[in-house]
Design a protein around this ligand. Sequence first.
Ligand SMILES: [Zn+2]
Length: 434
Amino acid sequence: METMPREELIKLKEKKLPEAIKRAYASPFYQKRFKEIGADPNDIKTIDDLEKLPFTTKEDLRKSQQENPPFGDYSGVSMEKISNIFASSGTTGEPTTMVITRRDVNVWAERAARIFWATGLRPDDIAQNTYNYQLFAGAWMVQWGMEKTGATLISMGVGNSKRQLITMKRYGTTYFTGTPSYALSLAEAAEKEGIDIKKELKVRNLLLSGEPGSSIPSVREKIENLWGAKVHDFPGQSEALGWSGSCEEQCGCHIIEDHFIVEIVDPETKKRVGPGQTGVAVLTHLEREAQGLIRWWTNDLTYYVEDECPCGRTGYLLPRGLSGRSDDMLKVKGVRVWPAGIEEVLRSLPSVGQEFQIILDETNVMESGVLTKLKLRVESKESVKDTRKIEEDVITNIKARFNLTPEVEVVEPGTLPRFEMKAKRIIDTRKTKG
Ligand SMILES: [Zn+2]
């Protein structure tokens, strides 16, 4: 399946597409949408035909669930087929509910197992899952996928760093899953507890997703050096969980094309863009039974390349995984800047410590939302009196990358917040906000 020639892969996707459209069209939500634009579901046969259809956004789903609580009118299957209920964290508004069927569970498990296997997880591994199990679908997808590989599972859930470390030591955990931010926090916690993670723990592989990082070389190298282990990525969240994943070559993430049709769309013009160009990933589910979404606007920014990968997988590659949410995109004097891009630069600087913040306040944000200046707050690696050298380091390297001169404040190591799940590094202190 994974090394299928591209012509055959496209044929397979287009064979699955009408079925997927039919499943979606079983819901009042999509019947209404098709009617609104005068489209006939039987006319959508090819990947190009999809462009005739509108995007499905988070706002659309929220509205559907407000009007038809609690599941909305886009599930397309009857209640007796639903096997699990999940919900988004609601960090960007009202939480949305996700439902899946038994068939969906199996599809998720297969998809996750394929990625875990590609990253080296084997039946003799002991895998520790630190994602949040509470209503969060991602933790369960990881759980089911790991079960399928035959590995031994430790279902820890989120947080409690000391207990995570003791558990790893006691049972000899070899494979770790969580967010990149948590892998960094945990390494720091280990140092405080006097645990040498390279010597006393047996972790060989870390699968870190839920936010950008694992596919950004400087971030990956930093975590790999701290842990003495390999870092892998499994991008894709909320309504489109895990739609791509690392391979053993670590040259990016392959799109899992037999489960999704992926279009990369410019966030402003809303037109498809080609290889190498950054845009929002728009996904059409080919295998989802409940809530099969058509042209789902993920809000995740990425780009793909058509290069062949030495691993032989034919799914197109996302060389840097996902680069962040499009609503986290900042415009500084017309230059597009993402937190992951800043992170990439900062993690490559040895004088800079673990955490950083991007500051938005009255002095640098105009009414239009455009920034007049990039303001960064960074921790130093060591406690130093004179921080000028670090400031210069940051300014020179940010300027080289973005052609912008940032304002930099250096703070003491360990003074900025740490994260157990997704990091929050854009800090908006404007009083008038919202
Ligand atoms: Zn590959």
